[in-house]
Design a protein around this ligand. Structure first.
Ligand code: ZN
Length: 467
């Protein structure tokens, strides 16, 4: 009896050490990714693609190894520990999906991902979609093949969705998105024809980035972002990345003629970072140390960006602090006008700059194109035209070039199909969380008192710590 228990404990420890080894490679990869996207010299990227391929393949091999299979089989019989149970569940899911992709094919895919990202950058520099197009076609083909390996009941796209939002299906999304699209297009048209609230002033005054930074750091500290376990750097595309539980980094992009860019994107990324900084450490060094799904992750960033950061009560409290460094002309703008401008609704080309109302339309457009690609109804070279046609139909504006259209996002170039819908789902989850927070912690009073830490604590308890 005692021997059995002893063996069991050793098995658990060996398993956790094995997971730690895999996690070590993941940490190295994350650091490389952060480096590539922030400070790495441009010419270093191509040779780094092979190293990234090497590390990713190593992770894939370990995660699908016989050793992993044996651990899972043995531990499943013996373990009655809740934490371990959860770790086993996640590892099994990963093992089952990853094992279905042959190792050589996987390595080819990850190397292609890195190369396609470089091609995407070049295509953007030259404003020429044809540079990316052959890579994209191969990535679509890989995704179709993966969907076949993973299997699906209804649509191949479901198998891809599962990677980012387990349990979500095309059928459910079709129903949600078709209603949302109809209502949003109608609302946007109405707003376009409205003559109310035409601004006579501009918030696009020159606002030096160091001056902007003060208010950003102040806001992040109020939210509870731990600067001893994170840092902020500058990139073209802001992102959050977790190196390990005590190193959760974010990046931002300053626009000196529009402070809204850096401020709201940093609050957004900090929302992701708060999630990662507050996951229960009992899951550290295992694949459970991650968001519950991409949609839930996005709910956290959007919750802070739009439901808190654009709330009138947040600005009632913080506007004076903000104005201290802001251009003088801002001081003349009335509170109402200021508030309306940071919540302005306007049809625009770029998703990450979109307002709350039009954002989901950007996602629906991408979702419809992805489905057509994966179902083989659309060829890659036909994307730009279809993209622009949809922009015209939903937003009433047509991109002048592919930078304003299909080349703006990195997701397809990194082979991620089925990811975009999680952004729109995140919005819907965030709205529901806000509703719940109104009932449980009187959230508006907390915003009014500028007690954002209590809001973070509620989110940690109800979202960050749960699996
Ligand atoms: Zn996000």
């Amino acid at each position: 009896m005692e021997d059995d228990l002893m063996q069991n404990t050793n098995l658990e420890q060996d398993f956790l050490l094995f997971l730690k080894e895999i996690q070590g490679y993941k940490e190295a990869l994350a650091l490389m990714e952060w480096d590539s996207r922030t400070i790495s010299p441009a010419n270093a990227l191509e040779s780094k693609a092979d190293v990234i391929g090497f590390f990713s393949t190593k992770i894939h091999k370990l995660s699908t190894s016989k050793k992993m299979g044996d651990f899972l089989k043995e531990l499943k019989k013996k373990s009655n520990n809740d934490v371990l149970h959860e770790i086993i569940r996640v590892c099994e899911e990963d093992y089952s999906r990853s094992s279905k992709i042959p190792a050589e094919e996987y390595q080819e895919f990850v190397t292609l991902q890195s190369k396609a990202e470089i091609a995407w950058q070049e295509a953007r520099n030259k404003n020429d979609f044809s540079i990316l197009s052959p890579y994209l076609q191969k990535l679509v083909d890989f995704n179709k093949q993966f969907a076949n390996y993973w299997g699906y009941e209804d649509q191949p796209y479901d198998a891809l969705l599962h990677e980012f939002e387990p349990g979500m299906t095309t059928k459910k999304l079709d129903a949600i998105f078709s209603k949302l699209k109809k209502d949003l297009v109608a609302l946007l048209t109405e707003i376009k024809h409205s003559t109310k609230d035409n601004h006579t002033f501009s918030l696009n005054e020159s606002f030096e980035k160091n001056e902007q930074n003060d208010f950003i750091v102040y806001t992040l500290k109020k939210m509870g972002y731990d600067f001893n376990r994170g840092r902020i750097d500058e990139t073209i595309h802001p992102f959050e990345i977790t190196i390990n539980p005590d190193d959760v980094r974010i990046t931002t992009r300053y626009d000196e003629s529009d402070f809204r860019m850096a401020l709201f994107s940093t609050i957004h990324e900090a929302g992701h970072a708060l999630y990662e900084q507050n996951i229960d450490k009992k899951y550290a060094n295992t694949p459970v140390f991650d968001g519950a799904s991409m949609g839930i992750h996005e709910s956290q960033s959007l919750f802070w960006e739009n439901f808190i950061g654009r709330h009138p009560l947040f600005w009632k409290n913080n506007r004076d602090d903000f104005l201290r460094n802001a251009p003088k002309s801002f001081k003349k703008v009335s509170f109402d006008d200021f508030y309306k401008q940071i919540n302005e609704v306007k049809a625009s080309f770029i998703r990450i700059e979109a307002d709350e109302l039009t954002y989901c339309l950007h996602i629906i457009l991408r979702y419809e194109i992805e489905i057509a690609l994966i179902n083989g109804e659309l060829k890659v070279e036909e994307i730009p035209k279809l993209w622009n046609d949809k922009m015209e139909a939903y937003f009433g504006i047509r991109p002048k070039n592919d930078l304003e259209g299909v080349l703006q996002d990195i997701h397809w170039a990194t082979g991620d199909f089925g990811y975009f819908p999680t952004y729109a789902l995140g919005y819907m989850y965030a709205a529901q969380l806000y509703q719940k927070a109104s009932e449980e912690i009187k959230i508006e009073e907390l915003i009014e008192e500028n007690d954002l830490i209590q809001i973070k604590a509620w989110l940690s308890e109800k979202v960050h710590q749960l699996k």
